[in-house]
Design a protein around this ligand. Structure first.
Ligand code: FAD
Ligand code: SIN
Length: 531
């Protein structure tokens, strides 16, 4: 299969890029791959909304920039922050033009508040903002004949000079991307997709932990593929745990999120006995940035030996609560909690990967002809901790910038010839799937037990030792077994787990989302580049 532009991923990043590019160049063919159905993505589950300066009478760029920098704990790229905050409103206006609905109060948009924001600036659609954005983007993309969304195609590896027989390592200059190999899940064949330019937009990595708000597709495939191809990734130690996933004793994957917008609406974190505790950790109380709130909840649970803490919404107006948070209300009711009568039990869960594929201001990466966009990228915006609702905004802004760069370059790049087909020689069907499912379980246990919200040297070393065994076993399986989505995901998750743990071990300080009991203070400068 050849195409002008290959987009791996059909969430907000991949689709908004495809729509922009297709509109400006109807003569360019764009293929968008999704590993399952077209509307399954992290995007679809976003609840709180999109942060953007909207009410210029009360808010301004300076304040949004300051809030983002403050949350990022000194590691944000200032240029990236300025770009996203200043270009954000225009990009949000575009998706409104493409049919995205946001809630209004009268004629004006109803702007919500979340942790770390000093103003109300979150545009939202009830508690289903991501679902609405995904719906509108798919509908808009389908208007373009030159966009083809291919469902159930699992990208396995990006193609580089390595596949032409050249030896490549992490310091090889001018590595180039020619497309990707992808497993067609409908017939189990590995197909070759050749493209002039490729956009990696594969989303998050949450499934590396036992408890996560991320859907099952979030296995870090793009970051893992890119790292295997010897590209540069960074900031992988900064894994954001959302403070308030719904505590469901029955267990579920993914964990259901109770949006931070509920706290913005007046919900208060409390102990089982009904006492507020957040003021002891931060003067902003329940609306402090996420790293602080998640750590506080984790600490309170450990000290008290409890399974969860509580979010009290009983004092809020029932009608208004239901209008704003119908999905959260119904979900709580489905497990026997009436949020208007009982406190909602909550626990922290892995939520967002702040690190990823290193990019510049136009989404360009260390490998030529491949860009990265959305949660799999690391643009510099989030630094050591992402400000709530900045992620959807970042994806929109960088999709636009990547599109601008792609439009300048698409006619200058040629499709590479002579790429061999995938070589599956010597592999056989797996005898037992239990080897993979068991290893995946072990991996999640290791990461949740040793590389969670609070880390230490001993825990990180233990994790690395155990990950190495899993890595060896899985590589053996990979070389002997026909590829399956389960095997690819396990292999990718192990790579992600390694990158998180190794980066955490290299960061001998506590900063933002990375907290270690061995080095509880921030240092002025630390190089944690993984070569
Ligand atoms: P995704 O939307 O995850 O899309 C990834 C795409 O890549 C999918 O189409 C998938 O099929 C495809 N893909 C992945 N691997 C492969 C592969 N190997 N081969 C082929 N295709 C592949 N952010 C906010 O700003 N505001 C919020 O309110 C908010 N709420 C959130 C609530 C929840 C529960 C979650 C989980 C996240 C939330 N976030 C929020 C974060 C935000 O939703 C994500 O960061 C963002 O949607 C990521 O978009 P994306 O396009 O990068 O990736
Ligand atoms: C939420 O609704 O709490 C999630 C917002 C985000 O992840 O940005």
């Amino acid at each position: 299969m050849t195409t002008d532009i290959l987009v791996i991923g059909g969430g907000i990043a991949g689709l908004s890029f495809a729509i922009k590019t297709a509109r400006k160049r109807p003569d360019l063919n764009i293929i968008v791959l999704t590993k399952t159905v077209e509307n399954e993505s992290n995007t679809r589950y976003a609840q709180g909304g999109v942060a953007a300066v909207w009410d210029f009478e009360k808010d301004n760029f300076k304040k949004h920039i300051a809030d983002t920098l403050d949350a990022g704990a000194g590691l944000c790229g200032k240029k990236a922050v300025e770009i996203v905050v200043k270009e954000g409103p225009e990009r949000v206006r575009e998706i409104i033009e493409w049919g995205t609905r946001f809630d209004k109060q009268g004629a004006a948009y109803d702007l919500g508040r979340e942790g770390g924001h000093t103003e109300n600036r979150i545009l939202h659609f009830k508690d289903l903002t991501g679902w609405e954005i995904q719906r509108a983007l798919i509908a808009e993309a389908k208007k373009f004949e030159n966009i083809k969304i291919e469902e159930h195609y699992f990208a396995v590896d990006i193609i580089t000079q390595h596949h032409l027989g050249y030896h490549i390592n992490r310091v090889t200059p001018d590595i180039e991307c020619y497309g990707c190999y992808a497993l067609n899940k409908k017939n189990n064949h590995i197909e070759t997709f050749l493209a002039k330019l490729t956009i990696m937009a594969t989303g998050g990595t949450g499934q590396v932990y036992k408890n996560t708000t991320n859907p099952r597709i979030a296995t870090g495939d793009g970051i893992a593929m890119f790292y295997r191809a010897k590209g540069r990734v960074e900031n992988m130690e900064f894994v954001q745990f959302h403070p308030t996933a719904l505590y469901n004793p029955a267990g579920e994957n993914p964990d259901f999120l109770v949006s931070e917008a509920v706290r913005g609406f007046g919900g208060i974190l409390k102990t089982k006995e009904g006492e507020e505790f957040m003021q002891r950790y931060d003067e902003r109380g329940s609306l402090a940035p996420r790293d602080i709130v998640a750590r506080a909840i984790d600490n309170e649970m450990k000290v008290r030996g409890t399974e969860c803490m509580y979010l009290d919404c009983r004092h809020l107006d029932k009608q208004k609560f239901y209008e704003h948070f119908p999905t959260i209300y119904d979900k709580c009711k489905s497990i026997g909690i009436d949020p208007m009568e009982q406190m909602i039990p909550v626990v922290p869960a892995c939520h967002y990967m702040c690190g990823g594929i290193q990019t510049d201001a136009y989404g360009r990466t260390s490998i030529k002809n491949i860009y990265a966009c959305g949660e799999c990228s690391c643009t510099g915006l989030h630094g050591a901790n992402r400000l709530a609702s900045n992620s959807l905004l970042e994806a929109l802004v960088y999709a636009h910038r990547i599109s601008e760069d792609v439009l300048k370059r698409a006619d200058k790049v040629k499709i590479k010839e002579g790429i061999p087909n995938w070589n599956a020689e010597g592999t056989t069907d797996p005898l037992e799937l239990v080897l993979m499912t068991q290893s995946t379980k072990e991996l999640k246990e290791i990461m949740s037990g040793y590389v969670g919200i609070v880390r230490s040297n001993v825990r990180l070393k233990r994790a690395l030792d155990r990950l190495f065994i899993l890595y060896q076993e899985t590589e053996d399986l990979y070389h002997a077994t026909k590829l399956s989505p389960q095997l690819c995901e396990l292999r990718n998750l192990i790579t992600i787990a390694y990158l998180i743990t190794r980066s955490a071990a290299l960061r001998r300080e506590s900063r933002g989302l990375h907290y270690t009991t061995d080095y509880p203070k921030e240092l002025p400068f630390l190089d944690t580049t993984i070569l």
